[in-house]
Design a protein around this ligand. Structure first.
Ligand code: AMP
Length: 676
C-alpha cells in the first residue's frame, strides 16, 4: 500500500494484558447506583474549547476585512519602495451580467472572500447586459485576484455549456492576455466592447500557468543541498541501517515520490555525522549538552540537509523541533543571496497554537546561530509590537495561521522571501480549522521552497495537505503509525458516576506526592474555571489554561506550571498537544476527551524524555461510545482493561445493533436506556 493511502486497521502486536491491575488509590464510590440518565449529555459541547482557527476565521479585525478602506494610499503602496507589489491602475474586464451573481455570492460573501484572498478591492459596475469588473491593488495582487475570479467563473461555468463569459477576449497588459486598465485611474486603455465568444479552456489554463510563472519570475535562486555524508555513515550497509532504525524507536521511512524511488539517506548516529562542517551548529549543541541525536533527528537531518521535502510523523517530546530548526539555520545562512540583501524573512514555521508557537520560538532563541532574528506572531499577542518587529527585519517567523494571515493580507509582512517552510503539528492545525488560512498564506510563498511538515498522526486530511504543499517528500515515522499511546505511561481507567468525579479528583490530589505534577484535563472552559476556583477555595494552589483566558494569563499559567510554582494545571485540550513540560508525572482525565486521538495526545503529556508517567482517566456511562476504541488503545499499550469497560463496550455494541435492526425494520426508535 502506498504511504499516501489510508492505513488498514491492523491490530497492534499486543493482546490484552494478563498482569494484575495497577494499584489505584483506594476509592469507594457511593453505594447507590446513579439514576438512569436521559440520552445524551444536555451540556455536551456547549462550552467545549473552540478551535482557534475557526474563531479567527469568523471574527477577523475590520482592518483585515477591508485593507484598502483603513489605510492611506501611500501606505498601501509601501511595497513599491522595496520593489515589491506596486499599487497601480485598476485591472478592468467585462463580465456577462448573468455571471455577476456567481462572482458576488449570496450576501456578497464570495466577493469578500476573493478580496480577502487576493488583498485587492474588487468593484462591480453593472451595465445593461455586461458589468465591468475593476480590481484595485498591486500588480501581483491584481493578477492573483484575476486568477481567482477566472477559477470561480470556470468552475461555475463547467456544466453550464451556454455560459457567455468573455474573459478570453481581452488582453492583460503584462501577460499578453485578458483585461484592460481603466484610464480614469491612469491605466493603459479605457473602454470595453466584448464580442461574445465560446470559452477556450485550454488557453485559460495556459494563461494561468503563465501568471504563475510571471508571479515568481523575479525570485533569486534557491540552494537546498548542504549534506556531506561522512565516510562512516556512507559505508553502512542496508541491513545495518535497517537494524539501527529498528533499534531506535522503530523508525520507518519511505520515499513518496512517484516513479523510481530515491535512496533514503542512512541515519546518522552522532551530531558530527550531520554537522561536522557546520561548527556553529556543533558549538550550539555542545552548549546545551545533548549527548546524541534523537531518532527523528538521526533520520530527518540527512534527508532535510539533502534538500528533500520531509514529512515527520512524530510527537512533541521526540526532538522534532530541533530536527527542522538546525537544517533550517544552515539553509538560511547558505542561500546564494546574502541575508541583508533579501527582502524579508527566509524561514516560516506555522504552528497550531500560541503556546506551541512560543515554545518553538523559545527553542529557536536558545541557539544563537549567526545572529538570526526570530519573531513569534500569534493572535492575542501585541499586534503593533509584532508589526514593528517585522518591519525592523527578521530572519525567522514562527506564527499561528490566523494572525499571520491577518498581517499578510494587510501587507505588513512579505512572505515571498520564504525559502524554508515548516508546517508543525499539521494534524492539529487541520483539527483547529486552519486550512483556509494556510491555503492563503501559501499562495504567497514561493512554490520551489523546501517544506518540512510534522504531525503526530497521519490521517487522510494530513495526507491531502502533504500532497498539496510538499513536493516529492520523504516520510519518516517514529514509533508506530497507529494510535499506540506512549509506552512509558501506565494508563489506569476508573469507571465512576458523573457526580462522584469531583470528590475522586480531590482524593487524587490529596494522595499526590510532593514531587508529583499533574495536568487535569477537562472538556469545557467552564469546568476548568469551576474546578480551579473550587480548589483555590479549598487552599489548593492550581493554575488553569483554556481559550477564554487572556493571553498573558495563559502564559503565566504555563510558566507557573513549568517552573513548579504550582503542581496542578487544570486545562482544556488546548494543552493536550505540543506542550513540552518534561516533569509531568500524571495526566488526570477528569472528562474523557472528544475523541480517541485526543486521549492519546493527552496521555503523551507525561512519560516524556525517558521518564515514566501515569494517566488516570475517569470514564462515566456517558462515555460508552468510546469504550471499544479505548480498549484497543489499552491493548496496544499492554495495559490492564477493567471488566466494566469491556461490558460497557459490549452494551454499546448491542445498542448499536438494536438501533440498526429497528432502522432496517422501519420501526420508529423507542427510547433506549443509555450506558448501564
Ligand atoms: P520537541 O519534541 O521538539 O518538543 O523537543 C522536546 C525536548 O527535547 C526539548 O526540550 C528539546 O530541547 C529536547 N531535545 C531536543 N533534541 C534533543 C537531543 N538530541 N537530546 C536531548 N534532548 C533533546
Amino acid at each position: 500500500m502506498s504511504d499516501w493511502e489510508a492505513d488498514s486497521d491492523e491490530d497492534g502486536p499486543h493482546g490484552a494484558s494478563t498482569k494484575p491491575p495497577p494499584t489505584l488509590p483506594a476509592w469507594r464510590p457511593a453505594a447507590a447506583p446513579p439514576p438512569p440518565r436521559a440520552r445524551g449529555n444536555p451540556d455536551a459541547g456547549e462550552d467545549r474549547e473552540e478551535s482557534g482557527g475557526g474563531k479567527n476565521w469568523g471574527s477577523r479585525p475590520a482592518s483585515a476585512r477591508e485593507p484598502w478602506q483603513s489605510r492611506p494610499l501611500e501606505y498601501r503602496a509601501r511595497g513599491s519602495s522595496r520593489g515589491e507589489d506596486r499599487e497601480r491602475a485598476p485591472l478592468c474586464f467585462p463580465l456577462d451580467n448573468a455571471l455577476v451573481g456567481t462572482l458576488i455570492g449570496r450576501g456578497g460573501t464570495k466577493i469578500k472572500e476573493l478580496e480577502e484572498s487576493s488583498g485587492c478591492k474588487i468593484q462591480v459596475v453593472k451595465g445593461n447586459c455586461e458589468a465591468m469588473i475593476k480590481i484595485f491593488g498591486g500588480n501581483d495582487k491584481q493578477t492573483k485576484a484575476k486568477m481567482l475570479i477566472d477559477d470561480l467563473i470556470e468552475r461555475s461555468s463547467q456544466g453550464n455549456a451556454g455560459e457567455r463569459y468573455t474573459k478570453d477576449s481581452f488582453k492583460h497588459p503584462d501577460v499578453g492576455t485578458i483585461c484592460y486598465h481603466d484610464s480614469s485611474f491612469g491605466g493603459l486603455k479605457s473602454g470595453y466592447s466584448s464580442p461574445k465568444q465560446s470559452i477556450n479552456w485550454a488557453s485559460l489554463r495556459e494563461n494561468k500557468a503563465k501568471y504563475e510563472a510571471m508571479k515568481w519570475a523575479d525570485l533569486p535562486p534557491i540552494e537546498k543541498q548542504f549534506y556531506r555524508e561522512s565516510p562512516k555513515i556512507a559505508s553502512m550497509s542496508q541491513e545495518e541501517a535497517d537494524k539501527w532504525r529498528k533499534e531506535n524507536n522503530n523508525i520507518t521511512c519511505n520515499d513518496l515520490k512517484d516513479g523510481e524511488k530515491r535512496h533514503i539517506p542512512n541515519p546518522i548516529c552522532k551530531f558530527e555525522d550531520a554537522f561536522e562542517y557546520y561548527c556553529d551548529v556543533m558549538e550550539n549543541i555542545r552548549k546545551v549538552g545533548f549527548q546524541k541525536p534523537t531518532p527523528i533527528q538521526s533520520q530527518a537531518w540527512p534527508i532535510i540537509l539533502q534538500g528533500y521535502d520531509l514529512i515527520g510523523i512524530a510527537q512533541t517530546g521526540t526532538g522534532k523541533t530541533l530536527a527542522y530548526l538546525m537544517p533550517g539555520f544552515i539553509h538560511l545562512d547558505l542561500q546564494p543571496i546574502p541575508r541583508e540583501k533579501r527582502s524579508g524573512p527566509g524561514m516560516l514555521v506555522l504552528t497550531p497554537t500560541r503556546e506551541l508557537a512560543l515554545q518553538v520560538e523559545a527553542e529557536c532563541s536558545k541557539y544563537s546561530y549567526k545572529g538570526f532574528k526570530s519573531i513569534c506572531i500569534y493572535g492575542g499577542g501585541d499586534r503593533h509590537g509584532q508589526i514593528s518587529l517585522v518591519n525592523k527585519g527578521v530572519d525567522i517567523v514562527i506564527a499561528t495561521p490566523g494572525r499571520l494571515n491577518d498581517l499578510q493580507m494587510n501587507n505588513y509582512i512579505n512572505l515571498r522571501s520564504i525559502t524554508y517552510l515548516v508546517l508543525d503539528e499539521a494534524d492539529r492545525m487541520l483539527d483547529m480549522g486552519f486550512e483556509p488560512q494556510i491555503m492563503k498564506i501559501l499562495l504567497d510563498v514561493r512554490p520551489d521552497r523546501q517544506t518540512v511538515m510534522t504531525s503526530a498522526t497521519w490521517p487522510d486530511g494530513v495526507r491531502r495537505l502533504a500532497k498539496s504543499y510538499l513536493k516529492d517528500p520523504m516520510i519518516v515515522y517514529v514509533g508506530t503509525l497507529d494510535l499506540a499511546a506512549v509506552s512509558t505511561v501506565e494508563q489506569k481507567i476508573v469507571i465512576i458516576p458523573e457526580e462522584e468525579k469531583r470528590a475522586f479528583t480531590r482524593y487524587f490530589i490529596d494522595t499526590m506526592k510532593s514531587e508529583d505534577k499533574v495536568i487535569i484535563f477537562v472538556g469545557k472552559k467552564l469546568t476548568a474555571d469551576d474546578l480551579s476556583s473550587d480548589f483555590g477555595l479549598q487552599g489548593i494552589p492550581v493554575q488553569s489554561l483554556h481559550g477564554n483566558r487572556e493571553q498573558c494569563d495563559r502564559e503565566q499559567a504555563l510558566e507557573d506550571f513549568k517552573k513548579g510554582r504550582v503542581r496542578i494545571l487544570i486545562a482544556t485540550d488546548l494543552a493536550s498537544r505540543g506542550l513540552d513540560v518534561q516533569d509531568i508525572t500524571h495526566v488526570f482525565n477528569f472528562d474523557f476527551p472528544r475523541n480517541i486521538e485526543e486521549y492519546v495526545h493527552r496521555v503523551g503529556r507525561t512519560g516524556r524524555a525517558g521518564r515514566t508517567g501515569e494517566a488516570v482517566t475517569l470514564v462515566t456511562r456517558n462515555d460508552w461510545r468510546i469504550a471499544s476504541e479505548l480498549i484497543d488503545i489499552l491493548e496496544r499499550g499492554n495495559q490492564v482493561i477493567p471488566e466494566e469497560l469491556i461490558s460497557m463496550a459490549e452494551r454499546y455494541k448491542q445498542f448499536q445493533l438494536k438501533k440498526e435492526m429497528e432502522r432496517d425494520l422501519g420501526r420508529p426508535r423507542g427510547r433506549s436506556r443509555k450506558g448501564f
